[in-house]
Design a protein around this ligand. Structure first.
Ligand SMILES: Cc1cc2nc3c(=O)[nH]c(=O)nc-3n(C[C@H](O)[C@H](O)[C@H](O)COP(=O)(O)OP(=O)(O)OC[C@H]3O[C@@H](n4cnc5c(N)ncnc54)[C@H](O)[C@@H]3O)c2cc1C
Length: 471
């Protein structure tokens, strides 16, 4: 029996889910040898679920977070390990669950090896069709690779990385943002900015400034609705398929019909004024209508994820530029108690939002300028602008090495070029068989696939594909 060697680079949600589908498959046995790589700190936790402040909470209910074949597994694990069983647990506790799941897979199978190292390079050996992965100057050959390295590196829009008192990446928040003193500005107004200012204010900071270009904040979660789609269905959309493409305008037409049928007011898409004190209040005061819109989006997400692959290049561009901001502005909402807390802090003068940010430069602290010509001085800047989208801008060794060697090609819509089976397409070698990726690196092909829910299930297709074609 020839043993096939498999490398999984990255042991976050996606990497562990790949492992889960391997061990739960009846085709899995001693014919496979799996090595899973990650740095010691993030091994089995991923980036989002490291050790950090307990107030950083996951945005999905525990009932939807199982990492094994048993959908109640996370709840049972919480009970068994003496954690409080509640719907929204902290991200740290979820990380412990992930870690213990990974450990139990490797304890149960001596052909699964945990390697606490970062992969530095992966090379394709054209003659043998194998891959060589190098980590810490040790090279190993593999028949298949699952590149599960998650988000690209953090963006640095004002090129301040390396300046003292500039926090290029706020996570882990408890390590980075402890004991800060002085006038603090947070760049960005999304979920990472909220994590950062919540931590600072809860830990005694009297005033924090939130600096952004637009001032738009995430929406507030409204009332839960179960929506049974009547118009925006795969069946209805596929009727418009010609030469493998479906025109965006047809999908927009179906979406409008669905909104009317579900009595969702389309003017809600335009409700945001980009002033948090108005926008958060609006959502809190209209939980029914806002909730209906949010759950309509959530309930159509699975369908749209499939239809996204049928859009032409031009339609994808139009969609991402003109329509995606409306979806993302209503996706991943914050809980109402979080919004109330923010409003209270604005009222008390503890939280000040400044929008129209144009630039930031270092000069004995930092000077931030705004589009009205005014400027402000800060002692500390925290960058909460999130990761870059294009691999050309990523500065991690592994991706840079593979990009430079022309093993990877950037997808103009984010991440890298892949085929419909999630196999990487190299500009030098063509489709790389048995070399898979999903998550942030498949962002150009997979719409909104980065959350736990989708990653934990969609990874099954990759493992199935390997069993059917790679053995
Ligand atoms: C702060 C934060 C909070 C979030 N909260 C939620 C939430 O509440 N709910 C939700 O659904 N989603 C949330 N997300 C989205 C989150 O990205 C996904 O939930 C999920 O963690 C993505 O899984 P992943 O496996 O693709 O990436 P990750 O979980 O980031 O895992 C990738 C792993 O690969 C490792 N890695 C990177 N490079 C290498 C290398 N060269 N060699 C080896 N290993 C490498 C990393 O160290 C990391 O451990 C959050 C994201 C962030 C950043």
């Amino acid at each position: 029996m020839k043993i096939k060697r498999i490398a999984i680079a990255g042991a976050g949600v996606a990497g562990i889910s790949i492992l889960k589908f391997f061990v739960n498959d009846k085709r899995f046995g001693k014919n496979l040898e799996i090595d899973i790589y990650d740095a010691p700190k993030t091994m089995g936790r991923g980036y989002a679920y490291q050790h950090d402040d307990d107030h950083l909470v996951i945005n999905l209910p525990a009932e939807e977070m199982s990492l094994t074949a048993d959908s109640d597994d996370y709840i049972k694990w919480l009970e068994k390990t003496g954690h409080e069983v509640k719907s929204f647990t902290s991200r740290r506790v979820y990380g412990e669950y992930m870690h213990s799941t990974l450990t139990s897979f490797s304890d149960a199978h001596d052909n699964i090896n945990i390697i606490k190292k970062y992969a530095e390079n992966i090379v394709f050996n054209e003659e043998s069709g194998t891959y060589t992965l190098r980590a810490d100057n040790v090279s190993c050959d593999y028949d298949a690779v699952f590149l599960m390295t998650g988000e690209l590196s953090y963006s640095d829009p004002y090129k301040l990385k390396g300046d003292s008192n500039y926090f290029y990446n706020p996570y882990p928040i408890e390590d980075n943002l402890k004991h800060l003193t002085g006038r603090i500005g947070i760049i960005g107004s999304g979920l990472s900015a909220i994590d950062s200012f919540r931590y600072l204010i809860r830990n005694g900071h009297k005033k924090v400034y939130v600096l952004s270009r637009s001032g738009e904040m995430p929406a507030v979660r409204g009332t839960h609705f179960d929506i049974e789609p009547q118009h925006f269905t795969l069946e209805a959309a596929l009727q418009y398929e010609r030469d493998g493409l479906i025109p965006l305008e047809k999908l927009l037409g179906l979406f409008k019909l669905e909104m009317e049928a579900q009595q969702v007011d389309s003017s809600l898409f335009e409700r945001k004024t980009d002033r948090p004190e108005i926008d958060l209040k609006y959502d809190l005061e209209h939980p029914e209508s806002v909730g209906k819109l949010q759950y309509l989006i959530t309930d159509l997400e699975e369908t749209f994820k499939v239809l996204f692959k049928y859009l032409s290049r031009r339609d994808k561009r139009t969609f991402l530029k003109e329509y995606h901001p409306y979806i993302s502005g209503n996706h991943s909402p914050m809980p109402p108690y979080g919004a109330n807390e923010i409003l209270q802090w604005i009222d008390e003068g503890k939280l000040v939002f400044m929008h129209g940010m144009e630039s930031a430069s270092a000069d004995n602290g930092f000077t931030v300028t705004f589009d009205d010509g005014k400027s402000e001085h800060f002692d500390i800047l925290i960058n909460a602008t999130g990761p870059v989208k294009s691999i050309e801008k990523d500065d991690t060794k592994l991706l840079q090495n593979m990009y430079d060697a022309m093993l990877l090609e950037a997808d103009e819509f984010g991440g890298v070029l892949i085929n419909k089976n999630h196999e990487i397409i190299s500009p030098r070698f063509g489709t790389l068989e048995n070399f898979y990726t999903i998550g942030a690196l498949s962002a150009g092909s997979d719409y909104l696939i980065r959350g736990v829910g989708m990653l934990a299930s969609e990874t099954e297709d990759l493992v199935n594909h390997f069993f059917e074609h790679g053995l």
